[in-house]
Design a binder for this molecule. Structure first.
Ligand code: C5P
Length: 257
């Protein structure tokens, strides 16, 4: 299927504390976005890579353009299994991640059948994860996500009120059985029409509903479409905090021990 990969890279990166968009933060001497784009290209599955950057960020636009030039002539042209050299498109991202995805959806090439949405922050995602997601779509899935087992016990909580507020800030409301829980990663893959339908519905959300949207698959779940899960990878960690950056630097230095 003609596949596009949307790379969302329009986040502010506030939690990383670098005072710059996360996509620009250096990792092993190159930007997080460069690593992410290289991973997508190396997987060799994309006819188009559509990158959402912070609106008006010329530096990241130039980075994407120079990456596209290198793809055409450089070693990546050969490394993409199947030999396809993807078209690279850059769009202005929005205020929310979902807005950034919608902006990218509007810029996909005619004839696109399948789309993967990938966080630039998951810059070290192995090629094998892209291949598992694409294989599930090829096998007929309308939606597929890479997941990992959860190591921590996960509980739901609510803010404490009244007298208990003096004891602790939150009260536990329940414990989900851990064996049924999965931590969700990207790239998330979809039949294009399905993801478009999901994002059209979400464009009408009020502010509270919009704030609760943290991935694309949950929008597809709301349509009642089955979402399939394949194995993710620990290298796909979302670089969010300074600790994550230390882990990512360590991963670059050597294979997973
Ligand atoms: O903030 P969060 O962890 O959900 O960000 C996940 C990914 O979404 C990041 O790669 C970030 O750059 C992207 N994002 C975006 N546009 C936004 C917010 C986040 O492209 N407005």
């Amino acid at each position: 299927a003609a596949t596009a990969v949307i790379v969302v890279a329009a986040g502010s990166g506030q939690r990383l504390g670098y005072g710059m968009p996360k996509a620009k933060v250096p990792l092993g001497g190159e930007s997080i976005l460069t690593h992410a784009l290289r991973g997508v290209a190396a997987a060799g599955i994309a006819r188009q890579i559509c990158v959402a950057v912070p609106a008006g960020d010329e530096e990241l636009e130039l980075l994407c353009e120079s990456f596209a030039r290198d793809l055409g002539s450089g070693p990546h042209a050969a490394s993409g299994g199947g030999g396809q050299v993807p078209v690279v498109t850059v769009v202005d991202g929005g205020t929310s991640r979902a807005d950034s995805v919608r902006a990218a959806l509007a810029a996909l090439l005619p004839g696109t059948e399948a789309v993967l949405v990938h966080d630039a922050a998951r810059a070290l995602t192995p090629e094998s994860v892209f291949h598992r997601v694409v294989a599930a779509i090829a096998a007929g899935a309308e939606a597929v996500i890479p997941v990992m087992p959860v190591v921590d016990t996960v509980k739901t909580v609510e803010p404490t009120t009244g007298e208990s507020a003096t004891v602790a800030p939150e009260l536990v409301t329940g414990t989900a059985p851990r064996e049924t829980l999965r931590a969700v990663q990207t790239p998330q893959g979809f039949a294009l029409a399905t993801l478009q339908r999901a994002h059209t519905a979400a464009a009408a959300f009020d502010a509270a509903q919009a704030a609760a949207v943290t991935d694309d698959a949950m929008l597809v779940e709301l349509l009642g479409v089955p979402v399939h899960a394949v194995r993710g990878a620990s290298q796909s960690l979302k670089i969010t905090t300074p600790l994550d950056l230390i882990i990512a630097e360590g991963l670059l230095e050597g294979p997973l021990g």
